[in-house]
Design a protein around this ligand. Structure first.
Ligand SMILES: O=C1C[C@@H](O)[C@H](O)[C@@H](O)C1=O
Ligand SMILES: [Co+2]
Length: 297
């Protein structure tokens, strides 16, 4: 289905230890996490808070297990803080990822985000003013230029509880930004959680999609999140997300559309849930098996 050597399969450490909710998987060590990623058949990882920041130490631990760093999340505050604050933090993050050999940098706008707050994630989602959109676009162009200095690309992460969550907001961001400076991360779970159809988003923005997060949704939990006005983190704890193949998302068209495109890069399985309820190794293996069956990868 996919052309040879175009896709690499990674998995995010968030299923072992959750940076947004440290009580989930606090007992799981870095070594356990990366060993189990490799055991499940993945060759890449994103970065969690238990990962060593010394690039040589990290490289050694990863290469022993046949793993590479695909990317890592960066929180930008372009709509709420002076640009230079985000730029300074971004340069440090970019240089770390560059030293680790990554080519894409995941950027999320956390200005006004409610993803970490104890408020209803649907009702309290921010809506940017035109002034905030201008700040976001100008700031992303600056980050895109800084990434290009190292031959890297920023991939914007649309996300629940943020100002870029819905199809309309993604369309607007893509329209307002320069394709040479700002690419898109396609995250199946966040789109479906928000109530979007992921396929039109994928098809419309395919040439700009440079990174993919594969996560599935448990619709009965999402229904509860709406009914009970739960926050994003309560939703995660309740099991809104799971690995591809374990929820309601139909991945066939996601895979066939990407296979027919020029996409080359990482598919990162990212399924944060409570590791005490969903054994991370078991779920990583389940995801790997499902992707293999659907794609031949
Ligand atoms: O890419 C991601 C990183 C996490 O920190 C985030 O909350 C998660 O939902 C996600 O998609
Ligand atoms: Co994601």
């Amino acid at each position: 289905m996919f052309k040879e050597n175009t896709i690499r399969l990674g998995i995010a450490p968030i299923a072992w230890t959750n940076d947004d909710l440290p009580e989930l998987g606090g007992e799981n060590t870095f070594e356990q996490c990366v060993s189990e990623m490799a055991l499940a058949g993945f060759t890449g990882s994103e970065v969690g808070n238990k990962y060593p920041r010394d690039t040589e130490v990290l490289k050694k631990a990863l290469s022993l297990r046949g793993l590479q760093i695909a990317s890592a999340w960066f929180s930008a505050f372009l709509t709420t803080k002076p640009l230079e604050e985000t730029v300074e933090a971004f340069i440090e993050h970019r240089d770390f990822l560059h030293a680790m050999g990554a080519k894409v940098i995941v950027v999320s706008e956390q200005g006004k985000s409610v993803q970490g707050q104890a408020v209803p994630v649907y009702k309290a989602k921010p809506v940017f003013t035109e002034e905030e959109w201008k700040l976001l676009v100008a700031g992303l162009h600056r980050l895109g230029e800084l990434a290009a200095e190292k031959d890297m690309t920023i991939v914007f992460h649309h996300h629940m509880g943020t100002g870029v969550q819905t199809t309309a907001e993604i369309d607007k961001l893509m329209e307002l930004t320069d394709p040479n400076l700002v690419s898109l991360l396609f995250d199946t779970g966040h789109l479906v959680f928000s109530g979007e159809d992921p396929i039109p988003v994928l098809k419309k923005h395919l040439p700009r999609i440079k990174h993919v997060h594969l996560k599935d949704i448990r619709p009965e939990v999402v229904a509860r999140v709406k009914e009970e006005d739960l926050s994003f983190l309560q939703a995660v704890k309740a099991g809104a997300f799971t690995v591809p193949g374990d929820g309601s998302i139909e991945f066939d068209e996601v895979f066939t559309t990407l296979a027919a495109s020029d996409y080359t890069g990482w598919f990162v399985v990212e399924a944060e849930q409570d590791p005490a309820l969903a054994n991370p190794l078991e779920y990583a293996m389940k995801a790997r098996r499902y992707i293999g069956e659907k794609t031949g990868l």
